[in-house]
Design a protein around this ligand. Sequence first.
Ligand SMILES: Nc1ccn([C@@H]2O[C@H](COP(=O)(O)OP(=O)(O)OP(=O)(O)O)[C@@H](O)[C@H]2O)c(=O)n1
Ligand SMILES: C[C@](O)(CO)[C@H](O)COP(=O)(O)O
Length: 238
Amino acid sequence: MALPRPSVHSSAQSITHRFAILVAGGSGTRMGADRPKQFLLLRGEPVLLHTLRRFAEPALGVSDIVVVLPADQLDTWQALCAQFSVDIPHRLVAGGATRWASVKAGLAALKAHTEGLVAVHDGVRPLVSRQVVERTYAAAATHAAAAAAVMPKDSVRLVSAHGSAAQNRSRLRLMQTPQTFEIDLLRRAYAMPELASFTDDATVVDDLCRVQLVEGDYRNLKITTPEDLVVAEALLGQ
Ligand SMILES: Nc1ccn([C@@H]2O[C@H](COP(=O)(O)OP(=O)(O)OP(=O)(O)O)[C@@H](O)[C@H]2O)c(=O)n1
Ligand SMILES: C[C@](O)(CO)[C@H](O)COP(=O)(O)O
């Protein structure tokens, strides 16, 4: 797909290019559907299309969007783009066996960009708001690394072989995406070997840089199990 002239986001001090990697390379085992959950329909459109639209909002000024898909599903997405007349410029990349490998593949596709900010976002978080995306880019411009997070609403206990212990939830956060970084920082982080503890990008970057947490949004849910689809349908209808 043809890309438009790169756009930039400017402030009084600097001009910062903005990029995005939408990771949608998973298989959706917990959803248990007949196809990967990023292709399921929400209000008549694929989950991933909702997500792509959010990042294509002109006010965000994202100039290069990379969508990472399962290697055997590139054709599926291209067919959906034709079916839904998607005219949002984006590039497709084949992902890997883990989220970490898929982000790495997305970063490789952005190799032409030596500076700027890159937001990594789950393709299955279709309800992310422009405000949350903007917050992570703005915080990353200042702190190099930023991630959306929310406070737990429930009480939390740590379980062990000996039972369970109450935790002080005011010191806990639930991590969301986007997680946004100076591109060179994220590249250096992803050059290191994969660890089993890498469930998000902040964890990959932790050893190199303090990650600034910004306010996420309870509506920014990750479509994971069937009830999430029901909630997302309702929220999209608001
Ligand atoms: N190899 C992988 C695994 C996950 N993801 C993406 O990372 C995001 C968060 O992952 P998750 O919700 O766990 O998705 P799945 O791996 O598809 O789900 P499951 O764990 O239930 O199989 C999703 O957008 C998913 O497509 C990815 O790009 N590549
Ligand atoms: C990146 C993430 O969405 C932040 O909450 C989450 O860690 C993904 O985890 P999953 O195990 O791939 O669902």
